[in-house]
Design a protein around this ligand. Structure first.
Ligand SMILES: NC(=O)c1ccc[n+]([C@@H]2O[C@H](COP(=O)([O-])OP(=O)(O)OC[C@H]3O[C@@H](n4cnc5c(N)ncnc54)[C@H](O)[C@@H]3O)[C@@H](O)[C@H]2O)c1
Length: 441
């Protein structure tokens, strides 16, 4: 091997470059091409190359060439959504420009002239959960096409099963912590466990969902020109020092407590949302949701209303934490869904408090549950949980004025609707179904 190399190098040394052949001009080194040769031999090839490239670009316009490398299958091929599920070639990078999605809508979300938008294509992350599934019902009901993205951590297929087979509905089992690209006009971003039992189960995952998941959805909104709505929470006010809470109040939150993965996660999600809006011109909306109850809540999720209802139905004592004098406001789910849709369709970014200002102590709530389900239900006191806020009551003046929205369903009217759903699920009687539950309110 060595001797062969030596032999070759010796051969090269004794060979003289044949300078009269154009193929050997490279031996002359950089900058030593004769000008006459360049014009005579190379320029025609360059011109032909430019002509071919120009022809290619005018024949295949930008929109039909995908920058995306890996395509996943359409979840329901028969769907008319023109929806494609793809994996990013550039990770979750939020500033880059993947062209897909601009065949119908450009970066500003505007439809090119000559194309009519039949109905909205709406993405609901967390759409198989409690609030999300009711929102999906309303969106489908008004004629939109809906894609639900949900990892089914706390959500259930049963919550949306009545839409299976509808060509305007798709369910994608997907974790929002991973990027996804979908062609949509609006994004309702709900994906996040909402009850303390669930969000404390894996706090790191909770904060990742709030931060990375929200970044991914904002990146998607930017790419496809969609309007983005974040479902934030009254928890951003922490244990409030101001009562009732207005949107301008900055809150009193423990950054290192056991609830911080949720509280601070949502606060960061709000920050990201506003930064995408201010810095990148994304259309955003922020809702701060206060305690909401209704059918399809997880039965054993530890939230006070579901706790009391399930306990009363099972003939167990109602567990009251602390002295029971801490207050909460309870909003029926149909009121919340109405507020979210008004916010999305309206002209105001927010944040907006969406909640029912009617204030109840835990003991008063227990009393209403007793009246509705079982007057003999006993109350049992337990030590309070860490960082449990003492008071929570929304000031909804802003939503009233700018969204013309306020809750209409009282606790005494809404609770029986939830009770009949819980009864069906706890005792296995699904005869009534639950499709009509929301509309009864
Ligand atoms: N219900 C309330 O009282 C209330 C109050 C304040 C804020 N919110 C907010 O409203 C939203 C919906 O709450 P909910 O009460 O319907 O809760 P929920 O737990 O019933 O629904 C959340 C949904 O998100 C899904 N999800 C969770 N992590 C996910 C992930 N990483 N990727 C994909 N999907 C994921 C769950 O499977 C579930 O379907 C949440 O963002 C919550 O923070 C709710």
């Amino acid at each position: 091997m060595t001797s062969e190399l030596i032999h070759r190098s010796q051969t090269t040394q004794i060979q003289e470059p044949i300078v009269d052949s154009p193929r050997h001009f490279k031996f002359l080194g950089k900058g030593r091409y004769p000008i006459g040769y360049m014009f005579r031999e190379r320029i025609p090839f360059i011109l032909i190359g430019i002509a071919i490239v120009t022809l290619f670009f005018s024949t295949f316009p930008q929109s039909s060439r995908s920058h995306v490398s890996v395509w996943d299958s359409v979840v329901q091929p028969e769907s008319d959504l023109l929806t494609r599920r793809v994996l990013y070639e550039e990770g979750s990078g939020s500033g880059s420009s993947i062209g897909y999605g601009r065949t119908l809508a450009n970066v500003d979300g505007k439809v090119p002239l000559g194309l009519e938008r039949k109905s909205l294509r709406v993405l609901v992350t967390g759409g198989a959960g409690f609030v999300g599934s009711h929102l999906v019902d309303r969106l489908i009901g008004r004629g939109d096409s809906v894609i639900v993205v949900d990892n089914l951590f706390t959500g259930r297929k049963e919550n949306v099963v009545h839409h299976f087979g509808n060509p305007r509905f798709e369910l994608i089992r997907h974790d929002v912590v991973e990027p996804i690209l979908l062609e949509v006009d609006q994004i309702y971003h709900l994906a996040c466990p909402a009850s303390p039992v669930h969000y404390k189960f894996n706090p790191v995952k909770t904060i990742k969902t709030n931060v990375v998941g929200t970044l991914n959805m904002l990146g998607l909104a930017k790419r496809v020109g969609a309007r983005f709505l974040l479902t934030s929470t009254s928890e951003v006010y922490g244990d409030p020092l101001q009562h009732p809470q207005v949107e301008t109040y900055w809150g009193n939150v423990n950054p290192i407590g056991v609830r911080s993965c949720y509280d601070e996660g949502k606060r960061t999600a709000e920050t990201l949302t506003m930064d995408y809006h201010r810095g990148l011109g994304i259309e955003v909306r922020i809702a701060r949701i206060f305690n909401t109850y209704g059918p399809r809540m997880c039965i054993d999720d530890g939230r006070v209303v579901s706790n009391f209802v399930a306990q009363a139905l099972r003939k167990e004592p109602l567990t009251v934490y602390g002295d029971g004098k801490q207050t909460r406001s309870f909003q029926y789910v149909s009121d919340l869904v109405e507020g979210l849709m008004r916010l999305m369709e309206g002209d105001h970014v927010g944040p907006f408090n969406l909640g029912n200002p009617g204030e109840f102590t835990m003991l008063e709530l227990a009393q209403v549950v007793q009246e509705t389900i079982d007057p003999n239900a006993k109350i049992e006191f337990r030590p309070n949980t860490e960082d449990d806020p003492h008071k929570r009551k929304p000031d909804i003046s802003k939503a009233k004025e700018l969204l013309s929205w306020e809750p209409t369903v009282s606790l005494r009217k809404g609770l029986p609707l939830m009770v009949s759903d819980f009864k069906n699920r706890i005792f296995g009687d699904q005869r009534d179904g639950d499709r009509s539950i929301l509309t009864k309110a």
